[in-house]
Design a protein around this ligand. Structure first.
Ligand SMILES: [Zn+2]
Length: 73
């Protein structure tokens, strides 16, 4: 069991799903996606809170890898 989040839960059209073993790892992946794919330069406290509130339990699978190349955005 890992931790997961979908960008969709953050009020974005993006359906990129992120999954990681830990919450810290999850945050890293979320921020990286925001930077590389959405061109976000900084992340507000509000954004962090939204991410934290949307994290749920989940299983890591291939979907995560496929979406890294922007397929989901
Ligand atoms: Zn995205």
């Amino acid at each position: 069991m890992g931790r997961m989040i979908s960008w969709n839960d953050l009020g974005s059209e993006c359906t990129f799903a992120v999954c990681a073993e830990t919450e810290t790892g999850l945050f890293e992946k979320v921020l990286e996606h925001g930077r590389t794919v959405h061109g976000m330069k900084e992340f507000s406290l509000d954004f962090y809170n939204k991410v934290r509130a949307s994290i749920r339990d989940g299983y890591c699978d291939l979907e995560d890898e496929l979406c890294q190349y922007g397929e989901c955005c």
